[in-house]
Design a binder for this molecule. Structure first.
Ligand code: SAM
Length: 224
């Protein structure tokens, strides 16, 4: 039976993809990709010739109905994002929800995402955690952080290198200078770096050494 299949793709090293993901991408009737040029790099590397169509946050509202109709009509469609798991700080949610509402089968393959290696590698408790994704850039940023001041679970944030120092300073104010944290940069890439220490130390470290690349911040929860 036809369905929607969400396929996680590498966050760095192109080898970080499962055999099953490659099989699904090779056999789907259509691949929806956040950025078709980015997707082509991966698909060419694995010699996959499946038809590609663009599906991103600017066109997803318009295209979900026709995508659902294609699946109902018998086409199995794979959804990929630029990197990692679709739906995790990436397009996917709207399509999944619409498919479920219409009774269309949805399957998500297990696979790469930045938050899990960052969490596990941080050395901070990973028995209970919360994923906060990107903080709002302006309005609501302060409120989001103050709402997390009493959080006892380990917290995971995605952040741009341009706002890393600002974020660490703000977290220092809301959670305390000595709160333990880890910044994971460029996971699964040549210049992967994991720096652990207090929020104050990390803010100072990256003030002196301007960060580049993709970043996950993992922060210990408040001690209960
Ligand atoms: N869907 C992706 C996932 O499953 O992790 C997340 C996509 S989101 C648009 C991109 C953000 O994820 C980056 O700004 C960064 O915070 C994080 N990220 C993605 N790849 C990363 C990597 N290789 N190293 C560190 N962080 C990464």
């Amino acid at each position: 039976m036809s369905k929607l299949i969400l396929v996680p793709t590498p966050i760095g090293n192109l080898k970080d993809i499962t055999f099953r993901a490659l099989e699904v991408l090779g056999s789907a009737g259509l691949i929806l990709a956040e950025d078709t040029r980015q997707a082509s790099k991966l698909l060419n590397h694995y010699n996959i010739r499946t038809l590609l169509q663009s599906h991103h946050m600017f066109n997803e509202h318009k295209s979900v109905e026709s995508i659902c109709n294609k699946i109902i009509g018998g086409l199995t469609i794979a959804l990929i994002s630029d990197a990692g798991t679709p739906g995790i700080s990436d397009p996917g949610f709207l399509l999944v929800r619409t498919c479920i509402e219409k009774g269309i089968e949805v399957e998500t393959l297990p696979g790469p995402t930045a938050m899990v290696p960052a969490l596990v590698n941080s050395g901070l408790p990973c028995d209970r955690f919360c994923f906060e994704g990107f903080l709002p850039q302006k309005k609501g940023r302060n409120k989001r952080l103050s709402g997390l001041a009493e959080e006892t679970r380990t917290m995971i944030f995605y952040e741009s290198p341009y706002r890393l120092v600002k974020a660490l300073n703000e977290m220092s104010e809301h959670f305390g200078r000595d709160r333990e944290a880890c910044v994971s940069r460029e996971l699964s890439k040549i210049y992967e770096e994991n720096i652990r220490g207090s929020l104050a130390f990390l803010a100072e470290y990256y003030r002196e050494k301007t960060p580049k690349g993709e970043i996950v911040i993992v922060v210990a929860g408040k001690k209960s």
